[in-house]
Design a protein around this ligand. Structure first.
Ligand code: PMP
Length: 284
């Protein structure tokens, strides 16, 4: 595989980052994941916009502008012959030398790394036909979940708790309400209304979430952006999650309780179809 690191395209074995990199020492970095379908980037501009916002909140300068990032994404997709899969991008505050909590002086170059992962048939995931099972766990992450940082230890722990419980993912709960999944936004459907937590510092503003809610409203579906409890979710007609790499993924069980009839619901299934169709139209 060919990867990108700080201006160079290299075989992955030759790509290196300093042990003093603040991404490594402090998780002082942000990332984006953009999916590739049919060789094209899905929602690319949404991901760049969120990256710029994350960088701004971290007081970091952008290492490249939108057009340069697009060029790098496209070059990696081409070099690695990615038909379906994803491009991972990470920016860290660089490697100033000594370990110091204070941010380094402005002149320290950020570290910019991108790589691809091939996932043939990504959009035709057989998992989407069956749906996934989730467990609820306490949300023990930090308070700025709106910034897409590489600080992913708790979501990893959550994923492991889910796997140990024989499930696929975890929904995190804070003050009695579901925040989001370990790497996706969470939704329920009740009496035709799509319910998903409102945006705030408590969740990541999903690029897929924004697109799906827009398509839902355009299709005259009703949307309520508000928190919901695990109990409300278990009594809902449907549940699902969204993310750049899973699109719209039905949730069929929560804490061992079947949601609806325990099969992917019609709203989730329809939204998945609409999302895949519409987002391909704007893929670049
Ligand atoms: N919430 C969290 C915590 C995530 O990690 C992700 C995936 N990056 C999402 C939501 C979904 O965001 P997106 O649709 O932009 O992939």
């Amino acid at each position: 595989r060919t990867v990108y690191v700080n201006g160079q395209y290299l075989p992955e074995q030759e790509a290196t980052v300093s042990i003093f990199d603040r991404g490594f020492l402090f998780a002082d970095g942000v990332y984006e994941v953009t999916s590739v379908l049919g060789g094209k980037l899905v929602d690319f501009d949404g991901h760049v916009a969120r990256l710029e916002r994350s960088l701004g909140e971290m007081e970091m300068a952008a290492p490249a502008d939108r057009d340069e990032l697009l060029e790098i994404h496209r070059e990696l997709v081409r070099l690695n012959e990615i038909e379906d899969g994803m491009v991972y991008l990470q920016v860290t505050r660089g490697a100033p030398g000594d370990r110091d909590f204070a941010y380094p002086a402005e002149e320290t170059d950020p570290t910019l790394v991108l790589f691809t992962q091939s996932k043939p048939g990504l959009a035709k995931s057989p998992v989407a036909k069956k749906g996934i099972r989730v467990v609820t766990i306490p949300d023990e992450r930090w308070g700025r979940r709106d910034i897409k940082t590489v600080q992913l230890l708790y979501p990893s722990m959550g994923k492991m708790m889910a796997l140990k419980a024989g499930c696929d993912d975890a929904w995190m709960v804070e003050d009695g309400q579901v925040t989001e999944g370990t790497s996706n936004n969470a939704y329920i459907v009740k009496d035709g209304v799509i319910i998903t937590r409102h945006l705030s510092n408590e969740i990541l503003s999903g690029i897929t979430r924004a697109a799906v809610l827009r398509f839902a409203r355009e299709a005259q579906m009703r949307v309520e952006e508000r928190g919901f409890t695990p109990e409300e979710a278990k009594a809902a007609d449907e549940a699902f999650v969204t993310s750049a790499t899973t699109f719209v993924m039905p949730v069929v069980e929560i804490d061992g309780v079947a949601v609806g009839d325990g099969r992917p619901g019609s709203v989730a299934t329809r939204l998945r179809e609409i999302y895949l169709e519409e987002s391909l139209k704007t893929a670049i």
